[in-house]
Write a protein that binds this ligand. Structure first.
Ligand code: BG6
Length: 458
């Protein structure tokens, strides 16, 4: 069947992992500025010199060169996030920071000049630090209003230039790393679930606003997808897998159906959690999304008895004895991507967008390039499964590979965990020229895009 005409091929990034310039042009501090070791080390008192994200890959000053490279590969779409703290440095101001908007004007206009469609994440793990410290992050209902103000500002400002928006990156990750939702000082489950409710209401409210500002806007939720397989055919393991999968489905169910699913309400009841849900909240939640986007890197197993947890993208799980793993222990499972695509399509019947996928690996720069056949093989195999899912009848809007240019890792804040088609000369100790180099995968992806997937091998 092949990839449809107009399939959106491209790459994905997040502001805090590429921009740098953390205090430039009036930007306020964000939660990410105090996470020098990603989510694996505790929060620091303030920005520290060992936080690679403060300079990142200096996209802030090098965006023209980078976008030209994306265009050379033939990108149709580029996923970026807008750093909330550039637009509202503290998060609770009434008026935006004009210099922050001006930076994204430059970036978006540059993309459009190259016929690249911008796909913008509103919140990619980087709310203003002030909202985390003074308000308790998303545990506080006031965050909904601040987020609405931010979203309305950018919807209006970029009207006619940006059409594709994602509300919260990997919204289900809050269950595992509340710090990414600005929750710094509590491990209380009541607070955590109330924060989830606030994010879901906020997502629904800005979906409504986006449609009011421009009826052609397309809003997606964004889920960390990680299929959970039963470790054995024992029904208890099968249930353990479905029970764990429900934790992720909840977020898509609310975004696509507009109400909380019964299994989620049961979990709350049994945990003694009573959410503060107003009548208006229930009405707001009915503003469902236009499409579902997700990240996919790996699958895991679940078991009723085996409590081993292996490494993985934030969630992790029981290691699968049939799969090999990346250098960071993330198990590689291309068929899992076909499974997710089918599962989500069957469940929600909304167009899907794969907005993250890729292999984090150590690269060696030799003679100005990287022979990253391992990355080509990973991506080929995953994209071949996207082709299978398309033949299964799944509606897929596009594919943006994660970290299309090397960037700072989210979980460990390393540079050496590279995902890109473009090598950036920066090392874990902060040294390096920041110069960009085309890897072998750069040319490979260019051919894949030019042929609309025809050069992929089964
Ligand atoms: C996703 C995040 O979880 O995975 C990205 O949305 C992140 O921000 C990506 O970079 C890969 O994870 P890591 O930890 O290898 O950077």
């Amino acid at each position: 069947m092949g990839f449809p005409e107009g399939f959106l091929w491209g790459g994905a990034t997040a502001a805090n992992q590429i921009e740098g310039a953390y205090a430039e042009d009036g930007k306020g501090l964000s939660v990410q500025d105090v996470l020098p070791g990603g989510v694996v080390k505790p929060v620091s008192a303030g920005p520290t010199p060992d936080n690679l994200k403060l300079e990142a890959i200096d996209f802030y000053h090098r965006y023209q060169e980078d976008i030209a490279l994306f265009a050379e590969m033939g990108f149709k779409v580029f996923r970026l996030s807008i750093a909330w703290s550039r637009i509202f440095p503290r998060g609770d101001e009434a008026e935006p920071n004009a210099a922050g908007l001006a930076f994204y004007d430059r970036v978006i206009d540059e993309l459009l000049a190259h016929n690249i469609v911008p796909l913008v994440t509103l919140s990619h793990y980087e709310l203003p630090l002030h909202l985390a410290q003074e308000y308790g992050g998303w545990t506080n209902r006031k965050l909904i209003g601040f987020y609405e103000n931010f979203a309305r500002t950018v919807f209006e400002h970029f009207r006619g230039r940006v059409q594709y928006w994602l509300t919260f990156n990997e919204i289900n990750s809050i269950l595992h790393f509340p710090i990414l939702a600005g929750i710094m000082n509590t491990t209380d489950k009541q607070d955590l679930y109330q924060a989830i409710h606030h994010e879901l209401v906020a997502s629904a409210r800005v979906t409504k606003i986006a449609h009011e500002v421009d009826a052609t806007n397309k809003i997606g939720c964004m889920i960390l997808a990680m299929p959970r397989y039963p470790l054995t055919p024992n029904p208890d393991d099968v249930w353990a897998a479905l029970d764990a999968a429900h934790d992720d489905f909840t977020f898509g169910d609310v975004h696509c159906r507009g109400t909380y699913p019964g299994y989620f309400l049961r979990k709350l009841r049994e945990a003694g959690i009573e959410l503060d849900i107003t009548e208006q909240d229930r009405i707001d939640l009915r503003n469902t999304v236009d499409f579902v986007s997700f990240s996919y890197y790996m699958s895991v197993c679940e078991s009723a008895t085996d409590t081993t947890r292996g490494p993985g993208n934030l969630i992790g799980g029981v290691p699968n004895p049939t799969l090999a793993a990346s250098q960071w222990g993330w198990q590689i499972d291309p068929v899992g991507l076909r499974i997710v695509l089918n599962e989500y399509w069957d469940r929600w019947q909304k167009p899907l967008f794969i907005v993250e996928n890729g292999l984090g690996a150590r690269d060696e720069l030799v003679d100005g390039t990287v022979a990253d056949d391992y990355r080509i093989s990973y991506m080929n195999d995953h994209l071949a499964q996207v082709g299978e899912a398309l033949s299964d009848g799944v509606a897929v809007l596009g594919y943006t590979s994660w970290g299309c240019i090397d960037l700072v890792s989210m979980s460990t804040a390393e540079m050496s965990k590279r995902y890109g088609f473009i090598y950036v000369d920066r090392n874990d100790d902060g040294s390096g020229t920041l110069q960009r180099y085309r890897k072998k995968s750069f040319y490979w992806y260019k051919d894949v895009i030019a042929s609309n997937g025809a050069t992929l091998t089964p």
